[in-house]
Ligand binder design. Sequence first.
Ligand SMILES: [Zn+2]
Length: 376
Amino acid sequence: MKVNLKRLTETLIKLVRIPSPPGKENQIAETVAGKLGELGLKPHVDEYFNVKAELGLKGKTIVLNAHLDHVPPRENWSFNPYEGRLEGSRVYGVGASDNKSGVAAMLEIAELLSRAEGSLRGRVVFLFTSREETSLGKEEARRKAFQGLKADGGICLDTHLLDEGGKANLVVGCRGIMNLTLTVLGRAYHSSEPEKGVNSIYTSMSYIQALRKLKLPRSKRKPPSHANLSVTKIATNGWATRIPDKCTLTINYRALPEENLEKVRSRLLKLASKKCREGFKLESVEKAEGYRLNLKEPIVKASLKALKELGLKARPTISRGWIDAASFKLKAGIPMVGLGTPTKGQAHVPDEWEDLQCLETGAQAALTATLRFLEG
Ligand SMILES: [Zn+2]
């Protein structure tokens, strides 16, 4: 069974022309559901604009996932982000790569499988999700999407497949993520006598230096992974002639797939209590756990088989960024790989584009892996 690049490209262009920032996926959800309906499926759109449909018979089940929303474009684009222009081997536009390419691929797979439904050896659930690019209302949207969802394995089409050196990137896990907002306290005083105050910026500096010296864990398991920490934001309640008594830091932590985020949080706070003598306040914590699949999982094996069949050299990896496949695994108990259409380096950038070879190969790989999984 082969994907049709011309049809895939046309679908992608059509999708790029529909604006769908997080929370405003109504129109694209309608378009996707309309297409699935034409194919004879019975799509369901929920109040969060998640779209769900299925094909095939009872039995072994696989779920395919891509997200409908895109990061809202900022003013740094050199053309209309919703233009959906085809030039050479690229389709330009916001979300073209992340993740409308995945949505287009899923529609192509639905079209091909709907014609061969009688010979399908199980069931395929198509789940198009909303609010992937935001934390606002994401949990509720996921809870709804996962309601009654049962599957033996899954493929998330939101990771790039084609990588440098001709390798095919098969994602078998991702790192966790945590954002911590910490206010370091000082003591305000007139800046003509700074020694009588405590400058919260200086205190923050020593805390940041200590953070940078922290030894972060590396995982010895395969595929390899390591943790990262960055201070990504800094703000004070400053006034030119006053010693600032509050300095707020945002710390972004990328955890090992198996790392306990609660322990990381205590570690960072313990260090703060050592360095911040005038005190500190934890303002907020946002976190999402990572995950790691066993390489013997049937969905991993089926994907490896499919990639080999397509003449691709598979390289199992842990995604450095957090991906929604982690929610499927942790909240719905579905082991999911990342095997998709996006072009490497094109997510969340101005003048985003999708390479047609990535689109075609990613769609074909997801389709073949789906078939091999159901047969296995
Ligand atoms: Zn994405």
